[in-house]
Design a protein. Sequence first.
Length: 486
Amino acid sequence: MRAAPTILHLDMDAFYASVEQASKPSLRGKAVIVGGLGPRGVVATASYEARRFGVHSAMPTAQARRLCPNGAYLIPRFSLYREVSDLVMGLLRELSPLVEPLSLDEAFVDLEAGGTAFDSASARATGERLRADIEAATGLSGSVGLAGSKMLAKVASEEAKPAGLLLIEPGTERELLAPMSVRTLPGVGPATGEHLRRAGITTVGELAEAGEDELVRMVGKAHGVGLYRMALGLDDRPVVAERDAKSVSVEDTFDVDLHDRVRIRFEVQRLADRCVGRLRSSGHSGRTIVLKVRRYDFSTLTRSETLRGPTDDPSVVREAAARLLEGVDTTGGVRLLGVGVTGLADYTQEDLFAQVLGAGAEAEEAGAVAEGAVAEGVEPEGEEAAAEPDGAGGTGAAVSAGTAGGAVVEAGGPDAAAARYWPAGSDVRHALYGPGWVQGSGVGRVTVRFERPGSPPGRVRTFRMDDPELESSDPLPLVGRAEGAA
């Protein structure tokens, strides 16, 4: 524990949803839900307007629609979120060389190491300046916690939400923590929380009063000692600038269970290619290929194969994943598939040809994609769930959004007509009307609102789905583009 509150925790407010509101002027002040849009989709995050209806991250999208039927339901646009995250993380690194990102929207900063704060007054001034700089650079708000430890700084930022700053003076930790729920503490999930509740312990103060010996008896030595220390506000963990990635993975959840074995093999190969793209963008290679299959009855099987050396070759990963699939019974149907690579290294095995020969069978040819089946699950954003792997410092969490980038999906096999699928929230550009975003589509029509960041709410127009003048496009930056830019 430090004698001064020089550890800062930044947590952007409802990050994905806030980016969408800033990007789409007509959605400001309205309920926005970002996540998978299909019947098996999951909410990644919800704006504070949507949270008033009870919508929260990790909730099934179908349930969210019942609670908030008039909300705007949008696919995630991770390329834009990463762009905004890079701006924010750049501002943090101006404060200190010790920045520990937890996800796209969350990070610890050691202000003392950067010489930007040494006492409560300078720490508060730095935190307020950071919040102002983030708003100027992105138009978004973030909540800041300042304390003498990482645990307390994170607790403070959560208490400061939304768009606030809370500084915990050293010496006041126990008084602040005492009335809070035990679920406030890291590592206390639903199961541990319920176990403690049955023992009559619901607050952090009651946890501290129980004593270390009693907690060890209840939950075991390692967990009990850790809980007791946290209840006293004790946390000596340093801010670590770099966290080594342990795995890279991608997965898709399907609206309709897959039964066709050829289609399943095709999806596994597609996921393998996406995984390799993610692997290469992080500058890694890996030795162990992992296949995840969730069947119709929600049973989940995981199979892995370790290669003779690390690789980032897509053919090697595809073939290993195909071999793993051969050992899985998919007769009853498959609702989720995932491919991952673990045992990461920062170099690539040179003799890839030898690996391919030693691997065994060649990958079988995959069939066409069945029309209309689009993957819809997404991981919740970092503030409330696992870190997004391509974010600054996130490790190992899967992202599963078949249309997450906003691209138009071509449905059907090689001989099928090019029926275009326009997911809600995706970016488009019309030859006459310029940039806009998809509000909805169906029955051969797509509805587009034409507006851009910083503009007044735009007009809505409807087109045929196959309109040749309408095409998908990259997201516009939130700040810095001239109003008249094409």
